[in-house]
Design a binder for this molecule. Structure first.
Ligand code: ADP
Ligand code: MG
Length: 296
């Protein structure tokens, strides 16, 4: 395309809240054959809320939430924010602040651990509990019921004994379903990518109208999924909001960042969707097609 037509295209996209950083991305966007969408914060709002607390041992709900929130106060993960907010809503905030956290450790893609008030706390997914030899009894089935309802169940262990399941729900953005349909109708293969467990991923993908998804993908493996599709001959668009998505955004043929996402994601992407809506994807592709048509 001529520099002039690219400039016009970039301007048109900007009117739709789609910020294009380089002219090349504008030209490649029309050729995208597969679009990978991160789940949390991209398809969903990225603002999970605690929905269920299922007690498994001697600690009551208040104690469990207060300890979990104290543990998570050191984490910036959206799941951590949900736990802290939930404790605050129950006026357990004062206890969180006075809680003593030491040896805090965030285990990427798995969960968190620390010592709080002399107790050893471990909080995260099933894989993490299995790796540490925590007996979950028949609570895995209860977690599966929550996951089938598109909730993310997390397991909490106190002093190496399973104490509770805490589940969160992160609703799909109002217009994600329609925006995804627009991509599919234009013949694009839409794939969801998430670190979340398989059952939750399946339920969310189903709600979003997506049939193909990769679940339980570790943060460092996200970019490999982009390469896998590229090796299948796809021209890959990647859309994400998180720090975890940055390498995948950079390696994709076109990287799209959610404008409300992290700075690292925005810096790694070619295009930013300022309004946070996935409609920006089909809008960008439409502008790209129009730009290429104009020069022919
Ligand atoms: P995503 O953000 O795509 O859901 P992550 O790779 O960050 O995925 O995390 C994968 C899983 O690890 C989460 O679904 C959760 O079960 C667990 N996990 C990660 N971070 C935390 C945390 N701070 N607290 C509790 N669980 C966590
Ligand atoms: Mg995300």
């Amino acid at each position: 395309a001529t520099p002039m037509s690219v400039m016009v295209g970039v301007g048109k996209a900007a009117e739709a809240g789609v910020l294009i950083r380089n002219g090349e991305a504008l030209q490649t966007a029309s050729k995208i054959t597969a679009m990978i969408l991160d789940k949390t914060g991209t398809i969903t709002l990225g603002a999970p809320k605690v929905t269920d607390v299922i007690i498994a041992g001697k600690y009551d709900e208040q104690t469990v939430l207060q300890l979990a929130a104290t543990l998570e106060s050191g984490s910036e993960h959206p799941l951590a924010m949900a736990i802290v907010e939930s404790a605050q809503e129950r006026n357990l905030q004062r206890d969180i602040e006075t809680g003593k956290v030491s040896n805090f450790n965030a285990i990427a893609g798995h969960g968190v651990e620390a010592e709080v008030d002399g107790k050893t706390l471990l909080f995260g997914n099933e894989k993490l509990m299995r790796e540490r030899g925590i007996d979950l009894g028949n609570f895995v089935e209860k977690a599966q019921v929550l996951a089938a309802d598109a909730k993310t169940p997390m397991y909490f262990a106190i002093d190496n004994i399973f104490a509770a399941i805490i589940a969160v729900a992160d609703p799909i953005k109002d217009d994600s379903i329609a925006a995804i349909k627009r991509l599919q109708h234009s013949g694009i293969r839409v794939v969801m990518l998430t670190g979340d467990n398989r059952d939750t991923a399946k339920a969310v993908a189903n709600k979003a109208g997506i049939t193909e998804f990769f679940a339980e993908v570790l943060p460092e493996e996200k970019s490999k999924k982009v390469q896998e599709l590229q090796m299948q001959g796809e021209i890959v668009g990647m859309t994400g909001d998180g720090i975890n998505d940055a390498p995948a955004l950079a390696i994709a043929n076109v990287g799209f960042a959610i404008g409300t996402g992290t700075d690292v994601a925005i810096e790694s992407a070619d295009i930013t969707l300022m309004r946070g809506s996935l409609h920006g994807l089909a809008d960008a592709i439409a502008v790209s097609k129009a730009t290429l048509r104009n020069i022919k």
